[in-house]
Design a protein around this ligand. Sequence first.
Ligand code: FMN
Length: 191
Amino acid sequence: MMKAQTSVEIHELLANRRSPRSLDATTVVMSQELLAILEAARWAPSANNGQPWRFFVGKRGDEVFGQILDSLASFNQGWAHRSSALILVAGLHEREDGTPNKGFLYDCGLAVAQMVIETHHRGFVAHQMTGFDTAKAAENLSIDPSLTPVAVIAIGKQAPAELLQGAMLEREIAPRQRKTLEEIVVKGLPN
Ligand SMILES: Cc1cc2nc3c(=O)[nH]c(=O)nc-3n(C[C@H](O)[C@H](O)[C@H](O)COP(=O)(O)O)c2cc1C
């Protein structure tokens, strides 16, 4: 059962979204699709409309894709090389006046969440990763020191789980699981 089990129905994009690792190595993502995915991120809300997110976008086969892929943990490289695009999100950790922007990670997460939903809406899948070497990514992509690398998002077309093997295959076909609402709503769970 892949669809999220919920006590009441939620939007099907949210219920059906998952983070697959079996991706089709031949699918090319069109520029229009990538632009839409980036627009969805661009229009995310952020504290004081600060928009601290910056993106590095690689399409499979190009230089940026190779530079991001090279920074991934080997487990992630093992499946993410088949993605159609790799997007690294980095965040400005200081405000324009030089004071720390404590909320930059929160804002970057919101932008990525919108990106993920737009991706799935378009029939692609998105798989976020923090399993990457931030120093290597910064070096490979010549990332400005004002930016902190936050996450990499693999965008691709989902392929049959059976293309994977071993533990990765098991994880791919395992049901999605979550804590119960009782566990995560500390006070005020509606009954
Ligand atoms: C911030 C973040 C970092 C993640 N890092 C990795 C990663 O490095 N490698 C990986 O295979 N999956 C990674 N994931 C995927 C999670 O394991 C996955 O979202 C979680 O198990 C829930 O599964 P679902 O997205 O299919 O519902 C990451 C997800 C998030 C949100």
